[in-house]
Ligand binder design. Structure first.
Ligand SMILES: [Zn+2]
Length: 153
């Protein structure tokens, strides 16, 4: 199924950036993102967050983690980053260059999330920089979590 990569109205011949397709597990995550809220799966056995939630909790190894999505602050610090200069998938060529950041969220040690940095390819990103979650509206009712730099410290 390649419908998401077909031409968009007003952009003849141009591939459209694919949008995420939620499954049963990730549906609450994407529903919250659409409302520009960040929620993450939290184990009901040990209360640790997991990205992504799996059959077994990566922290307490419970095989019945009963993950529940809970709001998080979206604040964190940059662990690493990379600038994407070439689009390897159709639909992303108009987006390059952009910066991807690997962020450790404040809620939990090693709780890491990768997303775009929306400040542009020349943003003054550095190790340990403070960021907060932001959202890119990519289609009607669909938003993708991303990050922006916090104000200069
Ligand atoms: Zn657990």
């Amino acid at each position: 199924m390649t419908a998401a990569g077909e031409s968009a109205p007003g952009a003849p011949g141009a591939a459209v950036r694919p949008v995420p397709v939620p499954d049963d597990v990730s549906a609450p995550y994407w529903a919250a993102a659409a409302g520009h809220r960040l929620v993450l799966a939290r184990c009901s056995a040990c209360a640790a967050f997991a990205i992504p939630p799996d059959q077994i909790c990566p922290h307490c190894h419970s095989s019945t983690p009963g993950f529940v999505f809970e709001p998080v602050s979206g604040r964190g610090r940059v662990r690493s980053w990379t600038t994407i200069r070439q689009a390897f998938l159709p639909g992303f060529d108009r987006d390059v260059p952009f910066v991807l950041v690997d962020v450790e969220l404040v809620e939990q040690e090693e709780l890491r999330m990768v997303g775009r940095l929306l400040d542009g390819p020349d943003a003054p990103v550095r190790l340990g920089a403070s960021v907060r979650a932001a959202f890119e509206d990519v289609a009607p009712g669909v938003a993708v979590p991303a990050f922006v730099l916090e104000g200069a410290e």
